[in-house]
Write a protein that binds this ligand. Structure first.
Ligand SMILES: [Zn+2]
Length: 131
């Protein structure tokens, strides 16, 4: 009952917004929802520490000197099947490094060059697994 009342109130309030304000709000909501989907976080450390973790990597090319690992940051500390697949395919992409998840188009199964914002800037981005 109180929930329904809240919905009616927010609908009424939102109707007062201009189209521009609603579009801005939509963009902000989309961004928050996207960020919530992050499932890894890059942790920079030395090689000795990195190799203790499952997803240990070091930079090559322009990125030599970068060492660390990807920490799983899901609530239960586990990856679902989809996330495992994404990591297998895209863990060395800069979107995982910077944003904790592959670009949306990669997640939708379209392969190709990484087109995330910083990916373009750091086109020679490169990580390889530490064995
Ligand atoms: Zn990307």
């Amino acid at each position: 009952m109180p929930k329904r009342k809240a919905n009616e109130m927010s609908t009424k309030a939102l109707n007062e917004f201009t189209d521009q304000q609603l579009n801005d709000l939509k963009e902000t909501i989309d961004e928050i929802l996207w960020k919530r989907k992050r499932f890894v976080k890059w942790v920079e450390c030395d090689t000795k520490e990195a190799v203790k973790h499952k997803y240990a990597f070091k930079g090559h090319g322009y990125w030599v000197g970068v060492v660390g690992y990807f920490r799983v940051i899901t609530k239960d500390g586990k990856l679902n099947e989809e996330q495992e697949e994404w990591l297998d395919d895209y863990i060395t992409r800069c979107c995982c490094y910077y944003y904790g998840q592959p670009c949306a188009y990669l997640q939708h199964g379209e392969d190709g060059e990484c087109e995330c914002r910083l990916g373009a800037e750091y086109s020679d981005f490169g990580l390889k697994e530490i064995k």
